[in-house]
Write a protein that binds this ligand. Structure first.
Ligand code: SF4
Ligand code: SF4
Ligand code: FES
Length: 256
């Protein structure tokens, strides 16, 4: 292959009809995976010179905040919008980069998958703070220390991208485990002083079929989270709290 070019090898198609298709591009120092996909959109011609259909993918923020462009790049889950082509060529020594859709979510088409299960999990864990009047009290509202704010901030950066679930061996079609992101969000909402009002209900979700018992502690999730969320720390904390909640429920103690 000409050293001045690179190839995207894309696993595309619809459920049950997936195939690889290659596209060749001129190297450009600032190109990322999304800008390359946009070039295909403008001129959908594959490496064999055949006219083909444009590749489908999702994007939103283009700055690694929304999580919608997540896919497998050279087999690893990450966001396409911040994946620089030149970095891949430098790191792998190869001018061929493979793109594929996530495998733990239902395939829609090409690089698009349906991540609804991530959002449904947020509904199940009550991923919100109920209005209790303190939000209108300004400086007289519930104080949150700087330390707790800092701990909460990193948890709040979760963008439901699904990289953690994609890498987790325990998230599969045989398991009901809702994945590490939802468990970490239980920690986030339970840390908020107002969120604590629904702490027990969230922990009951963590003790259920889809909850923390599904985690096998493989720790893949924490290694791939693009936001550096301390997922394994959240998982062990929720594991301990869920056990306490189950004991409280067993002996009939009221919610705090
Ligand atoms: S925890 Fe990290 S990897 Fe998982 S969905 Fe949130 S941002 Fe993505
Ligand atoms: S620790 Fe392992 S098993 Fe548990 S959620 Fe993370 S990747 Fe999955
Ligand atoms: S487009 Fe939002 S994270 Fe990539």
């Amino acid at each position: 292959m000409d050293a001045g070019t690179y190839v995207l090898k894309i696993y595309r198609g619809t459920p049950g009809k997936q195939y690889w298709e290659q596209f060749e591009f001129k190297r450009n120092y600032s190109a990322n995976v999304i800008s390359a996909l946009m070039e295909i959109q403008k001129r959908p011609v594959n490496r064999k010179g055949e006219i083909t259909t444009p590749v489908a993918w999702e994007q939103g923020c283009l700055e690694e905040v929304c999580g919608s462009c997540s896919m497998l790049i050279n087999g690893k889950p990450r966001q396409a919008c911040t994946a620089l082509i030149e970095e891949y060529i430098r790191d792998t020594g190869s001018n061929v980069i493979a793109l594929a859709p996530f495998t733990k979510f239902p395939l829609i088409r090409d690089l698009c998958v349906n991540r609804d299960s991530m959002f449904q999990a947020l509904v199940k864990i009550r991923g919100w703070i109920s209005v209790d009047g303190t939000e209108d009290q300004g400086e007289f509202g519930q104080p949150i220390s700087q330390e707790v704010q800092q701990a909460m901030y990193v948890l709040s950066t979760c963008m439901t991208c699904g990289c953690c679930s994609e890498s987790c061996p325990q998230v599969n079609h045989r398991s009901e485990f809702m994945g590490p992101a939802a468990m970490s969000q239980i920690r986030y909402f339970n840390t908020n002083p107002t969120g604590k009002l629904e702490k027990s209900e969230r922990l009951r979700v963590a003790t259920g079929q889809e909850g923390i018992a599904g985690c096998g502690n493989a720790q893949n999730c924490v290694r791939v989270c693009p936001k550096g969320i301390p997922l394994t720390e959240s998982l062990s904390l929720i594991g301990r709290e869920a056990t306490k909640q189950a004991l409280k429920d067993l002996i009939g103690l009221p919610d705090a």
